[in-house]
Design a protein. Structure first.
Ligand SMILES: CC(C)(COP(=O)(O)OP(=O)(O)OC[C@H]1O[C@@H](n2cnc3c(N)ncnc32)[C@H](O)[C@@H]1OP(=O)(O)O)[C@@H](O)C(=O)NCCC(=O)NCCS
Length: 182
């Protein structure tokens, strides 16, 4: 993983512009995805970070090859948003290999070992089994249902709490990982 950069725009545009990804996301994401969608998104996110907002953005990159971005995770530890504090997506060719679970474990380490926060919240549309599994495998506890409109037409969403206590119990021997700090 490394911090998001403007040079990631072409790879993100190619991988993210996919209904199988978008249908699982909240309706605020533009669809049909504009030709400059990734570049505009990255510019806005980097401006927020430069302006001092507490916002972290990483891309997942393959170790082999050209290291192009194949996914994105954002983390806003102190945001009070119905969408929760963290979001993620991965390019479809790489699904179900454990990659997002590995990446989210690194983000949890960053949150609880480096930032030393106590807890944060995450959400997914209730039909999103893969996202639910990632949360279950990385120590999230189910809190209840909330209403949040998603592109697939559903609004029933699951809300989860991720706590320092649960994470350290699940991963007691983990030290800081290779999440690049911003
Ligand atoms: C959610 C997402 C990031 C998961 O990434 P990933 O790297 O494939 O996740 P992992 O491989 O670490 O774990 C996925 C788990 O879900 C399981 N899974 C995948 N599809 C599933 C399905 N339809 N039903 C049940 N389980 C499913 C996998 O088997 C795996 O669990 P396991 O390790 O117990 O076998 C990826 O599917 C994605 O980008 N989806 C579209 C965007 C999205 O939904 N983002 C999240 C919004 S909240």
């Amino acid at each position: 993983m490394r911090p998001l950069a403007l040079s990631d725009a072409p790879a993100i545009q190619r991988h993210f512009n996919n209904w199988n990804i978008i249908r699982n996301l909240a309706s605020v994401v533009p669809w049909p995805y504009p030709d400059d969608g990734a570049e505009s998104f990255i510019r806005i996110q980097l401006e927020k970070i430069t302006a001092g907002e507490e916002l972290y953005h990483w891309v997942l990159v393959l170790r082999a090859g050209d290291g192009e971005a194949i996914g994105n995770i954002h983390f806003r530890p102190s945001a009070d948003s119905p969408k929760g504090n963290r979001g993620f997506w991965l390019a479809e060719p790489y699904w179900s290999r454990g990659l997002m679970t590995e990446a989210i474990s690194a983000v949890n380490d960053f949150a609880f070992n480096t930032l030393a926060i106590e807890q944060f919240y995450v959400c997914n549309v209730a039909s999103n089994e893969a996202s639910r599994r990632v949360k279950q495998k990385t120590g999230a506890e189910f809190v209840g249902y909330i209403e949040l409109a998603h592109h697939n037409g559903q609004s029933k969403s699951e809300k989860w709490r991720v706590t320092r206590e649960n994470w350290l119990r699940l991963a007691p021997s983990r030290s800081e990982t290779d999440v690049n700090r911003q």
